[in-house]
Design a protein. Structure first.
Length: 251
């Protein structure tokens, strides 16, 4: 009898596996809209609220910690802005710790900045609001001719966060481009500090995928900026930046 039961079980399992391997096809899609109104505010689970409040107090304490001060409002925007310049400069500075010589260029996209740091105290929460994504800092090695393509896209887009380079844009094209004090050379290998999101070719920076080498720093951009603000405070300095004409759009 046990032998018969075993055979039946094996047969059923085989049939189940065979059925699971049959390709599935989408037959139809139905959509329903639900309007979220104040009527749902009364549907509160006391246990859930109590649990959230416990962590909310801890989170608020951490997020409200003042770690620095800025004498100016640090906002984003293109062709260049205080916050873009600051971010790209810090990325280049920290990225240089992972290379034998100073990193040549820093890149940051304006879309990666999600808030403004207002004049006055800077809290941990402010930094989280500006850099909400878990973007990691990476350092790339890339040929000059491929790096030119990245700057071409920046020109088409009207600007970006750039450090270590100066360029002029006319009719959405690069007319002058310098890395440091020298014109860019096609066959020279340059180092670029940026976020993994851009290094992966996102937000139009496809040229960065042509990098010949890529170093993962293991650092989140958000943590890099938190450490930078704290280091300024420790040194008795305010967090600030300036518009220096690193990107000029010709009219």
């Amino acid at each position: 009898m046990n032998r018969i039961k075993s055979l039946v079980l094996v047969f059923l399992l085989a049939g189940t596996v065979g059925f699971a391997q049959k390709p599935l096809e989408l037959q139809s899609v139905k959509r329903t809209s639900y309007q979220i109104t104040s009527q749902y505010d009364s549907l509160v689970n006391p246990k859930t609220v109590k649990l959230i409040e416990k962590y909310k107090k801890q989170m608020s304490k951490q997020m409200n910690e003042v770690i620095g001060v800025t004498p100016v409002e640090l906002g984003g925007g293109i062709p260049e802005s205080l916050l873009l310049n600051l971010t790209a400069d810090v990325m280049r500075e920290i990225g240089s710790k992972f290379t034998p010589t100073r990193v040549d260029v820093g890149f940051m996209n304006d879309g990666g900045l999600r808030n403004t740091i207002r004049k006055g105290n800077i809290t941990v929460g402010n930094i989280f609001e500006v850099y909400p994504f878990d973007n990691q800092l990476v350092v790339l090695s890339i040929k000059g001719k491929d790096l030119k393509e990245a700057f071409d896209f920046i020109a088409q887009n009207g600007g970006a966060g750039v450090s270590g380079a100066t360029l002029k844009i006319s009719d959405s094209k690069v007319t002058d481009l310098y890395i440091g004090a020298s014109t860019i050379q096609d066959d020279k290998i340059y180092t670029v500090a940026t976020i993994d999101y851009l290094a992966d070719g996102n937000d139009g920076m496809i040229a960065l995928k042509k990098a010949t080498d890529r170093k993962q720093t293991g650092l989140l951009l958000r943590d890099v900026m938190l450490d930078y603000v704290r280091s300024c405070t420790k040194a008795g300095k305010a967090v600030t930046a300036k518009l220096d004409g690193r990107i000029t759009v010709m009219k």
